[in-house]
Design a protein. Structure first.
Length: 230
């Protein structure tokens, strides 16, 4: 009986790991697809100069927003930063969670793809330690859209993070405030096969990029191969 119990426990553990690995891989692939699709929108996409100047990019595919008087949001995402103090190649990614609540006249459920363009490393300093709150630890603004919007972005450059969303065919800037972002330790463990520190992953260039993460880095490199010279 003891051997059977151990065997069943092993089977359940293996099954749980496979489910988790499938979810992590799906998250990375969907994030890469979101990046590819939103940057192909010619008239209403993220301005190229912002992508070329930013320090990090985070994507949450299918973030859920729901509420009736009291509201909330929840999503699982992928983030990568430019190494060498924000000037080098894109780092291996780290997984993170977003969740928050709000109060107001609201009703319904919505699923949106969220893209956060993080303009400098100070915008995620709190996340590197534990977590940060949008609009609190890091200033956030609805990002401008359009390939010709470069001349209009100066007003947004004081914000540490520019937020974009896509829902039901619409793509544009999104106002976010109060949502908390923190590392997804379990997903990182599945992706890397060990516990990792987001700081070490996001700030340092590494040749040890998980195979399942490569599609996300390839897409980032395609849309912005190197940081623009100031």
């Amino acid at each position: 009986m003891k051997k059977i119990a151990l065997l069943m426990a092993s089977i359940l553990a293996a099954s749980s790991y496979l489910v988790a690995a499938t979810e992590v891989n799906d998250r990375v692939v969907r994030s890469a697809i979101v990046l590819k699709e939103v940057t192909q929108i010619s008239e209403k996409s993220i301005p190229q100069d912002l992508l070329d100047k930013c320090a990090c990019v985070a994507v949450i595919p299918g973030m859920k927003r729901a509420g009736f008087i009291f509201g909330g949001s929840y999503g699982k995402g992928v983030m990568s930063c430019r190494t060498q103090n924000g000037d080098g190649p894109w780092s291996a990614p780290t997984m993170f969670l977003l969740q928050g609540g709000s109060f107001g006249l609201q009703i319904g459920v919505q699923s949106v793809d969220l893209v956060l363009v993080i303009m400098n490393l100070s915008g995620i300093e709190s996340l590197l330690n534990s977590k940060f709150t949008l609009g609190g630890d890091a200033s956030v603004a609805a990002g401008p859209v359009g390939r010709t919007a470069a001349a209009q972005t100066d007003a947004f450059m004081s914000a540490e993070i520019l937020a974009y969303s896509r829902a039901r065919g619409f793509f544009g800037g999104l106002v976010l405030k109060g949502e908390a972002i923190r590392p997804d330790k379990d997903a990182n463990h599945v992706l890397y096969g060990k516990q990792i520190e987001p700081r070490n992953v996001l700030l340092n260039q590494s040749d040890d990029v998980p195979k399942d993460a490569k599609i996300f880095l390839d897409e980032l490199t395609r849309i912005s191969p190197q940081k623009a010279v100031k």
